[in-house]
Design a protein around this ligand. Structure first.
Ligand code: C2E
Ligand code: MG
Ligand code: MG
Length: 878
């Protein structure tokens, strides 16, 4: 850069910098030569005056002094020619390039001046000119002044000129005085010039330093710009660009020249929506002429998202008048991009692109409170995919991943703008729906999601079907904390899954009570085995034709010290959830094997195995060990497996069947017809027996029902597959007769005996050589006993006092509770050790009919004390 500037000086010949480098000296000399024709003219003019005022004889007398005058004029003329040549060469003249040029020029100036001055001073010293003294003096001063002025443009030339003038003067006047005084003046001149030179050198150095600084700054700026680290801009007072870096022009795809003169704001994209606040700040700052710093704006670049951070300061002149803005900008695009990527990673699920757990919870927090911090209404869905695990296990994780992506897409499509969808992990999804709490609208959305996810998914040429359960919780703007909402939705989801999946449930408070109850049971269950609270009872299984006991089913009971008897239907699912089923199940298998060993080798023992136990790979070894330890034959042990196992038709499951079969034990399919009603698996799994669920047996003897037909087809199916059938829950003679006529091989029911202790079972086996007699009512339509007994009715954690007006083993009419909704569940406590659970079937005013979940032995009622003090004991009236 420095070189460029120097060259410019040399080229133009202008005095740009104060440095005394050779090129500067040369340039100044050239400048003087360029003007030398004025000196030449002044000299000709002076000669004209002299000749005008001279007579011929005077001129003849001066001839000696004028000898070198033509040489002097020729030398001046030579300088003028040099000047002309140099001017034509535009500073790159043929002569000034040469090294000898300055010396030669100075020599010409010196010689010309000496010769010329010698003549003029000789003239002025001549007495012949006394009469024309003023003319001659004026001419003399004129030539000195013009010559000094022109030569003065170059300091060496000036000294050459001054010295030559002094020499010429001294020669012309031929006077020692002149020479001496001239020398004195020359010294004075030299001293003055040297002082001035020093001053100029200092000034020049200073200026040079400034120029260097400016150059350096300019270089840095250029480097900064070209490296793309930032750019600069300047506007005039109207906000129009007067400068902008090339890089900006490149980015916005315009010529830099075209940008100059356009409004600065033209290079900024005008956006709509909530992100424009920075643009507004920019607009405000520009119009109010105030500085702005690091405003993040979007560049007006077509087809690309480019972000800039810009800063600017108003500039004004020394009088304080506003001149415009000057500022800088940097490209934030990469930073924004990586920021967004980091954000994306931190807030969004990488697989589905949905909000992740953290972010959806943030969104929930935001939806629950407006920006003033006031609570506002909001609803939340928690969703769980049904059968997702089976897809993942059978078709593999890549298919599972694709399925999740498609599921995410469908949920997002259904929810649309109404809410935000998130994936919590695995197959759990969450939807936050702000401002909507109307049940019908939420139900509509939940239903749409369920329907949408129930449609088959096409993945890698396979059709995959899953389902989805939805739990819904809401806050009506009453400030429910997000954690409570999540817990409520979780309970609602739990209840939806419990209700058979593929449904949605709204949270109700009772769910919470239910959940706390579950938690309490779970805690107590953990040490129930250690405290010897779990017992097995044994219910006889009887051969229909011979009425001989063929074996027993082991049924677990939990005698809780304060809660009393807890049904397995209640605590087994909890044990499954809490992963307690395996240790409990192992204990059951061991105990059942030990017990059947005491009954005799001809008896079988059926043990219930829950689906969770079934997936435990240690199950076969547990069985082999238990059988070996009890010393029984493997065929004596029968595992009862429910259809739930087939929800997951995985290879592991099928392998487990084979492994169990290889141990030599028998397998029975329990509760047939109540679950997963696909019959295909019956062929795959090696069952020895089908147990027909008691829901088919109950009322099968009634006329007009379908149950008898269903039992009949199950029996023929079992026959075709070479399996036995056991009818469960046979209570009446009518039912027994029907079962016998339909061809069932075995019966298990109260008619032949309730679940009993091992001692009672042994006693029963001994009493009649293993033969039992059917005992029970003729038909299910048993007459009700009229009574007036005070009971405690428990619902949703509240206890009510009520009166039982009539009772049968299957249900009761209860008086005292008003307008009870049909389907409400109750616990009715007839006495502390006699509690039944049931559901309301009808209600009118303060009366309702309750159907018990399990039959109650009403004969026992007469002997127990009522639940409430003051309540009358049961009066039996037939
Ligand atoms: P399940 O395996 O179908 O057992 C038959 C259930 O029907 C037993 O109920 C039994 O007491 C009842 N029952 C038998 N005959 C009659 C009858 O004539 N009338 C009526 N009303 N009921 C009858 P329990 O003992 O309450 O067991 C209920 C369920 O709990 C069982 O159904 C089984 O699924 C499960 N369970 C019971 N014990 C165990 C166990 O040791 N392990 C596992 N995993 N589950 C068990
Ligand atoms: Mg069973
Ligand atoms: Mg059963």
């Amino acid at each position: 850069m420095r070189l460029t500037v120097r060259r410019t000086v040399a080229e133009t010949g202008e005095r740009v910098d104060g440095g005394d480098s050779a090129s500067t000296v040369r340039a100044r000399l050239l400048r003087a030569i360029h003007l030398w024709h004025f000196v030449f003219l002044s000299r000709l003019f002076a000669l004209g005056i002299i000749f005008y005022h001279s007579s011929a004889d005077v001129l003849a007398a001066m001839a000696g002094s004028a000898v070198l005058l033509p040489v002097a004029l020729a030398l001046d003329g030579l300088l003028c020619v040099v000047s002309w040549l140099e001017k034509r060469g535009k500073g790159r003249g043929p002569l000034s390039r040469h090294r000898w040029f300055p010396m030669t020029a100075w020599a010409i100036i010196a010689a010309g001046t000496v010769f010329y001055t010698q003549f003029v001073f000789a003239v002025s010293a001549s007495n012949a000119y006394v009469a024309s003294f003023d003319h001659i003096a004026a001419a003399r001063i004129g030539i000195v002044l013009v010559g000094a002025a022109v030569a003065g443009l170059s300091r060496p030339a000036f000294f050459v000129f001054a010295f030559a003038t002094a020499v010429g003067g001294a020669l012309g006047t031929w006077s020692m005085e002149f020479g001496g005084q001239s020398l004195l003046f020359l010294c004075l001149l030299a001293a003055m010039v040297s002082e001035d030179s020093r001053y100029h050198r200092r000034q020049d150095n200073l200026r040079q330093a400034q120029v260097d600084d400016q150059e350096r700054a300019l270089n840095l700026v250029r480097e900064f710009e070209t490296a793309g680290r930032g750019w600069f801009w300047e506007t005039d007072r109207h906000g129009n660009l007067v400068y902008v870096s090339q890089v900006v022009a490149d980015k916005v795809g315009m010529e830099r020249r075209a940008l100059i003169g356009r409004a600065f704001t033209d290079i900024i994209r005008k956006r709509g929506g909530g992100g424009e606040s920075e643009e507004r700040t920019l607009g405000f700052s520009l119009s109010s002429r105030t500085p702005f710093n690091d405003l993040t704006v979007q560049a007006a670049v077509k087809g690309e998202e480019r972000w800039w951070s810009i800063s600017g300061n108003p500039i004004s002149n020394s009088l304080g008048h506003f001149l415009g803005f000057r500022g800088s900008g940097t490209d934030l695009t990469e930073m924004k991009r990586s920021e967004r990527e980091i954000n994306q990673l931190a807030r969004y699920d990488t697989l589905t692109g949905l909000a992740n757990r953290l972010h959806i919870n943030e969104l929930l927090e935001r939806a629950l409170r407006n920006h003033f911090g006031q609570p506002q209404p909001c609803a939340m869905f928690l969703m769980d995919l049904d059968r997702f695990k089976a897809v993942n296990d059978t078709l593999g994780h890549p298919v599972g991943d694709q399925l999740l992506q498609q599921v995410a897409g469908r949920i997002r499509q259904v929810v649309g703008d109404r809410g935000q969808v998130g994936r919590l992990g695995g197959d759990e999804f969450q939807v936050v729906i702000p401002q909507i709490t109307a049940h019908d609208k939420l139900a509509e959305i939940a239903n749409a999601i369920i329907i949408s996810l129930a449609k088959p998914f096409g993945i890698e040429g396979e059709q995959v079907r899953i389902g989805c359960s939805v739990g819904i919780a809401l806050s009506e703007g009453d400030g429910v904390p997000s954690s409570a909402l999540v817990r409520n939705a979780d309970l609602a989801l739990y209840s939806a899954k419990d209700a058979g999946r593929g449904v949605y449930r709204f949270y109700i408070d009772a769910m919470h009570n239910h959940a706390s109850e579950r938690k309490a049971i779970e805690d107590a269950l953990r040490d129930a085995i250690a405290k010897d609270q779990l017992k097995l009872l044994y219910q006889p299984v009887v051969d229909v034709a011979s009425e001989m006991i063929t074996g027993f089913e082991a049924l677990i009971r939990w005698y809780h010290p304060t809660e009393g008897l807890i049904s397995p239907t209640k605590f087994i699912p909890i044990a499954e959830e809490a992963n307690l089923i395996v240790p409990i199940g192992d204990w059951i298998i061991r105990t059942a094997c030990e017990t059947v060993a005491t009954f005799g080798p001809q008896y079988q023992m059926a043990v219930n195995v829950s689906p969770r136990q079934f997936t435990n790979p240690n199950l076969p070894s547990t069985i082999v060990n238990a059988v070996a330890a009890a010393g029984i034959r493997p065929e004596q042990l029968e595992l009862e497996i429910t259809e739930g196992v087939f929800l997951d038709e995985s290879a592991e499951n099928m392998e487990m069947f084979q492994k169990l079969k290889r141990t030599g034990i028998r397998l029975a399919l329990d509760d047939f017809g109540t679950g997963y009603s696909a019959l295909g698996y019956l062929k795959k799994a090696p069952f020895d027996k089908i147990k027909i669920d008691q829901s088919f047996v109950r009322g099968a003897a009634d006329r007009g029902g379908m149950n008898a037909a269903i039992i009949s087809s199950i029996v023929s199916l079992a026959g075709a597959l070479n399996m036995h059938t056991t009818a469960e829950g046979v209570e009446t003679h009518d039912e027994l007769d029907l079962i016998r006529s339909l061809g069932c091989s075995h019966v298990q029911g109260y008619i032949y005996g309730k679940p009993m202790t091992a001692q009672d079972a042994i006693a029963l086996l001994k009493s009649n050589g293993g033969r039992v007699e059917a005992q029970g009512y003729k038909s299910a339509r048993e007459t009700r006993k009229r009574t007036f007994r005070t009971v405690s009715v428990d619902h949703g954690g509240f206890r009510y006092e009520a009166i039982v007006r009539n009772v049968a083993s299957g249900g009761a009419m209860v008086e005292g509770l008003w307008n009870v909704p049909v389907g409400t569940r109750f616990r009715i406590e007839f006495a502390p050790n006699m509690i039944v659970e049931g559901v309301s079937r009808w209600a009118m005013d303060n009366r309702m009919g309750v159907k018990f979940d399990h039959a109650m032995d009403i004969e026992l009622l007469a002997s127990v004390t009522p639940a409430f003090v003051g309540g009358a004991p049961l009066k039996m009236a037939s």
